[in-house]
Design a protein around this ligand. Structure first.
Ligand code: DP6
Length: 332
């Protein structure tokens, strides 16, 4: 099904702004049990459910304002982005899904406070903030599940960035994807810490969208992924409910490495790791062997996200002095 057709079933035919300015924030998120592979590339419907933790105040802030101009204007971190840049084109075609042709053009200002070098997906928080701001501007009053589905149409992982805390993106079964939405889990974990470890700032050669498509199409190993992902998600959920950090860390790390195994088994091979990534993994395993409860997860890039508890923060920061530590459940 086309995105336009799904949206047409949910929103009125005439869609015009009800105010001239709207703004919204959405957090970045880190998947503890990953989304890798689509059953529908048009709607970003996943092969498996996933579970993430949102990063509190780290994310994207988006402001939309109606302008008297023939074209939309896109700004990223206060810098104008050219109309033919892929970033602008993605945003404009996303907006076009939700507005009437005669709607006024918009200035879209996005600011990310995520360290860009950390290789954190800003598309997740970016599309979630855009979906929220647009919903206000157009007066759609979408319930959270619908907002999550709208954000998903921009980027799969954005479905989870609609919410704070632990978030589960249910895969759903419907053809129109309207049951493929994220929900916030009713649990907090104030002592949980996420460390953003930047080992290499180089732009990734293959983005997650193309990377997951290649894996699904070429890696035999991918057949084992849905089972692994479903089993891991159950374990992560249980770890959160029982606050079992060992179960959380072990499952998240193994889930990430299993995902990377399917990438490596693709053709041409997809290896997002740099030598520094492997060195960091080995350091973590060494520290763990010495008794430090420290685990990691990784996405489609060379950097690591460390998982540990508040009580071990000093030891972890001593081992990784440049670590940026996030406390997702602590109000600043
Ligand atoms: C490895 O959400 O960026 O970070 O749906 O094509 O936009 P698209 O992909 P995207 O993929 C994220 C993949 C991941 C794992 C995850 O966040 O679950």
């Amino acid at each position: 099904m086309r995105k336009q057709d799904v949206i047409a079933k949910l929103l009125p035919a005439t869609r015009l702004p009800v105010c001239s300015v709207a703004e919204a924030f959405a957090p970045s998120n880190i998947a503890l049990s990953k989304y890798w592979g689509k059953r529908d590339a048009e709607l970003n419907l996943p092969v498996n459910p996933s579970l993430s933790v949102s990063l509190g105040r780290l994310g994207s802030h988006t402001r939309l304002s109606c302008i008297d101009a023939a074209q939309d204007e896109v700004l990223l971190n206060d810098q104008p982005v050219a109309e033919d840049d892929s970033f602008s084109r993605k945003i404009v075609s996303y907006l076009d899904l939700f507005r009437s042709e005669d709607a006024p053009r918009l200035r879209i200002e996005t600011r990310n406070n995520i360290p860009t070098a950390a290789g954190l997906a800003s598309s997740a928080s970016g599309f979630a903030a855009l979906a929220k701001a647009l919903d206000q501007l157009m007066g759609f009053n979408s319930p959270p599940a619908q907002l999550s589905a709208f954000a998903r149409m921009g980027s799969g992982s954005a479905s989870r960035s609609i919410f704070d805390g632990f978030v589960e993106w249910q895969m759903g079964v419907r053809e129109d994807g309207m049951d493929s939405v994220a929900v916030r889990l009713p649990a907090n974990w104030p002592a949980l810490r996420i460390g953003l470890l930047t080992v290499a700032a180089a732009a990734k050669p293959v983005g997650s969208r193309a990377g997951m498509q290649r894996t699904v199409e070429t890696a035999h190993l991918y057949q084992s992924w849905p089972l692994q992902a479903n089993t891991d998600l159950e374990k992560i959920r249980e770890a959160i409910i029982t606050q079992d950090f060992t179960l959380l860390g072990q499952t998240a790390e193994r889930n990430a490495l299993s995902m990377h195994a399917t990438m490596i088994a693709s053709w041409p091979p997809l290896l997002y790791w740099q030598p520094e990534s492997v060195a960091a993994m080995q350091r973590i395993w060494q520290l763990r062997a010495e008794g430090l409860p420290l685990y990691f997860t990784m996405d489609a890039g060379p950097n690591l996200k460390l998982l540990f508890l508040e009580q071990d923060q000093a030891a972890v920061s001593a081992a990784f002095p440049d670590l940026q530590v996030v406390a997702p459940f602590v109000q600043p």
